[in-house]
Design a protein around this ligand. Structure first.
Ligand code: ATP
Ligand code: MG
Length: 736
């Protein structure tokens, strides 16, 4: 095993594919090591390096793109990978897809060769579970919980027979008696076999088994895919790992890329030790590190670094910025979830008002249910937005129409012929003349890439962008064409029937549309790998971040990494918020802030108060240390540097309570001033000043600019903009 710093064999010249890469990235692209592991933090260019490496090796004759298989875990991530392959000029020839799509394509080929009838793909386990009569003892556990438990077992390749023992070994608490669940699991498997059904988990295992047992099949697949690449390798679970190993077949040409700090799928069986132990496990493996972040401002990275798990492996790297200073992140408290949604909608409009595209902004939340409130609020405010969800894409009239047309064809007819017709339909929907307007495939590829750079994703159009217009129709159909193309790259002889099955099952909860200028609404999970200039992290409350069911230290650590993933999606602006009351169905509940919000707030205070210019000047390390010292001292109850005040990130346990001695009358006067300042500027109140800062001002009663500037949360920009008015409010209110 060797580490970065070694000179790559066959030093590259000034190849165009190496432009726009730093030294470590160049090494990762050109390194001759096999197997190769690229281990690096968020936004350090892992995906960029992976796609460049494929293209560079193709350009230098080290591989033929048609022999490359590039894998990732979600459809959305596969879309992103494909888009990036477009920009480096190898998209058409490289097979890039999810584990499931690839396994399905290969299995279909196998079944056809064996003249076996293809099993149908089961999109939801509950469909079969529903039909099974519940055995005694199954109680009231919801079918969805049973399905999740079966998924837990299958991701770890645990059979029904072994389930009970595995539950005990893992210290797991299943939703019902483990013996009863094992029985249901066994019946579920039996019922599937009887009805010739396969579920998603089966695809991975069946493909691995076929590769392990059918030498002809294995030889054919290994001949076709000689060069394996896997993005986000920290997410691999035992079943998927077995499949990678089966595809590899003992060969060394495997390149994996990942970041253990972004491991957020442990609940799905993912085991990041496949990534971290790669160098030690695979003979002759090379490990390369990338250590600079190209995505986010130093201020955002300060927040991200403070989120990193303190129990990380020694030597793990913090993110080092390369970008110049950006805005200091902020934390806002809203009375209710509806206020939060309305406040964010106003801030989105404010940002867009500067002539910047909607697609530069994203609203992220821990759960999908929270996003629905935003979808309503944004629609009411005329803000176009995208919310992931398959139903909406498949329900679009143009998609329904084309799918119906495809269904009329014989299921065995070639997809390659159908794609040409759908392409034509897409052009017919474009009043400006289709190709003439887009400049053909090359420009379409550019447009797709621009979308990818924006990190846009799957989607429902709503609000101002509207739905159903010619551009939307064309975009939907182009998206269908793109998905058909993806299938064909995996399986050139794919039939229409197979594609349709894939379409309606794979899209469950994962809408692929990438059209139109709109704000993205996404869960933290679904935002992985993507980036936006402006990000709103919402609902940062106890019970959501971390999610209530995360009760063990491991589960909480995963939730914290999830917040880290969310923070690191932001490029220039990060706005964090929570609501004091939130609706859950018919109930409204009082909320307290996420225990990690105090950390965010403390970093923000440190940045806002003094250090933003130091961070911009490259002194990020001292700056970060100072932020952390500040956080620590706040949690001990002693403000850093003996300063008065600090942050008030709400009233929950574990949060910092500062500004508590604020004079209520002065606080009220400050709030009222802030409300009118916000109205005058047409921005939400928190954009003017946070609650925490107002409380600190009311407590410290600064008499001059110097005293004002010394307060946490009061940076030079805010002091310049609001200082005079604030001092006047303090003076007047104090005199009263
Ligand atoms: P994640 O961990 O979130 O998946 P990543 O490590 O895969 O992130 P990329 O998405 O490849 O990182 O890169 C992050 C951003 O930085 C992208 O916008 C990419 O284009 C840009 N970038 C990467 N390397 C460089 C570079 N050397 N110069 C300029 N921009 C770069
Ligand atoms: Mg990436």
């Amino acid at each position: 095993m060797s580490f970065s710093g070694a000179t790559p064999v066959g030093a590259p010249g000034d190849h165009p594919l190496l432009h726009g890469l730093d030294q470590a990235q160049r090494e990762a692209v050109t390194n001759q090591g096999q197997p190769l592991c690229i281990l690096a933090g968020a936004g350090s260019g892992k995906t960029r390096v992976l796609t460049r490496r494929i293209a560079y090796r193709a350009a230098t004759g080290a591989l033929l793109p048609s022999h490359v298989l590039a894998l990732t875990f979600t459809r959305r991530a596969a879309t992103e990978l494909n888009r990036r392959l477009v920009t480096v000029g190898v998209r058409d020839r490289v097979a890039a897809g999810t584990f499931h799509a690839t396994a399905w394509a290969q299995l279909r080929g196998l079944w056809a060769d064996r003249h076996e009838r293809e099993p149908a793909l089961l999109d939801q386990k509950v469909r079969v579970l529903h039909a099974l009569r519940p055995p005694r003892g199954s109680g009231e556990a919801a079918l969805a919980e049973v399905a999740a438990e079966i998924e837990w077992a299958k991701a770890r390749m645990i059979s029904p027979d072994a389930y009970e023992a595995a539950v005990v070994a893992a210290g797991r608490r299943p939703p019902m008696d483990a013996g009863v669940l094992a029985l249901i699991y066994a019946r579920y498997e039996e019922e599937k076999r009887r009805r010739r059904l396969v579920d998603f988990d089966d695809l991975v295992i069946l493909c691995a088994e076929a590769l392990e047992t059918d030498t002809g099949f294995a030889a054919a697949q290994r001949w076709r895919f000689r060069h394996l690449f896997v993005d986000e390798f920290q997410d691999v679970n035992p079943a998927q790992h077995r499949l990678v190993e089966a595809w590899r077949g003992g060969r060394s040409d495997l390149c994996v890329v990942g970041d253990p700090d972004q491991a957020i799928y442990a609940w799905n069986g993912a085991d990041p030790s496949y990534l971290t132990g790669f160098g030690a496990r695979l003979e002759g493996a090379t490990v390369v590190n990338l250590d600079r972040n190209y995505r986010s401002s130093p201020q955002i990275l300060a927040v991200a670094n403070a989120m990193l798990d303190t129990r990380r492996a020694p030597g793990a790297l913090d993110l080092r910025p390369t970008l110049g200073a950006g805005a200091v992140p902020d934390v806002a408290t809203f009375p209710t979830d509806a206020d939060e949604a309305a406040g964010v909608a106003r801030a989105l409009r404010h940002h867009h008002g500067g002539g910047r595209p909607w697609a530069e902004q994203a609203v992220l939340a821990r759960t999908r249910a929270q996003l629905v409130i935003f979808e309503e609020a944004l629609r009411a405010a005329g803000v176009p937005c995208r919310l992931r969800g398959a139903a909406s894409f498949l329900a679009r009239p143009e998609v329904v129409e084309v799918v119906a047309e495809l269904r009329r064809r014989p299921p065995g007819s070639p997809l390659a012929a159908a794609i040409a017709d759908v392409r034509l339909a897409a052009r017919a929907g474009d009043p400006s003349g289709g190709d003439a307007a887009t400049g053909g495939d090359a420009e379409m590829a550019d447009a797709e890439m621009a979308d990818a750079e924006m990190g846009s994703d799957a989607v429902v159009q709503s609000g101002a962008a509207g739905a159903g217009g010619a551009p939307e129709r064309r975009a939907s159909l182009q998206e269908l064409v793109r998905m058909m193309g993806e299938q064909l790259a995996l399986d050139p002889s794919a039939p229409v029937g197979g594609f349709l099955t894939w379409l309606t099952t794979a899209l469950r909860g994962d809408n692929p549309d990438s059209s139109g200028d709109a704000v993205t609404l996404s869960t933290f999970h679904a935002a992985k790998g993507l980036e936006w200039p402006v990000v709103f992290l919402t609902g940062l409350e106890q019970g959501l971040v971390p999610v209530g069911r995360a009760t063990t230290p491991e589960a909480r650590a995963e939730e914290r990494r999830l917040l880290y993933v969310a923070v690191t999606r932001a490029q220039r602006e990060l706005h964090c918020s929570w609501a004091e009351r939130r609706r859950f169905g018919a109930h409204t509940m009082a909320r307290s802030p996420s225990p990690w919000l105090a950390t965010v707030q403390a970093v923000v205070d440190a940045l806002d108060g003094s250090a933003s210019t130091a961070a911009a000047g490259g002194k990020w390390r001292e700056h970060l240390d100072r932020s952390r010292a500040h956080v620590r001292s706040l949690s001990n109850g002693t403000p850093a540097g003996g300063r008065a005040g600090g942050a008030r990130a709400g009233g929950g346990r574990g949060c910092v309570e500062v500004g508590e001695r604020a004079d209520p009358a002065m606080l009220a006067a400050l709030r009222s001033w802030r409300a009118s300042a916000a109205r005058a500027a047409g921005v939400p109140a928190f954009v003017v000043l946070h609650d925490a800062t107002l409380a600190v001002v009311a407590e410290a009663r600064p008499g001059d600019r110097h005293a004002l500037l010394a307060l946490p949360g009061m940076g030079p920009v805010k002091a310049e903009r609001y200082g005079e008015a604030l001092l006047a409010v303090v003076a007047n209110s104090g005199a009263a």
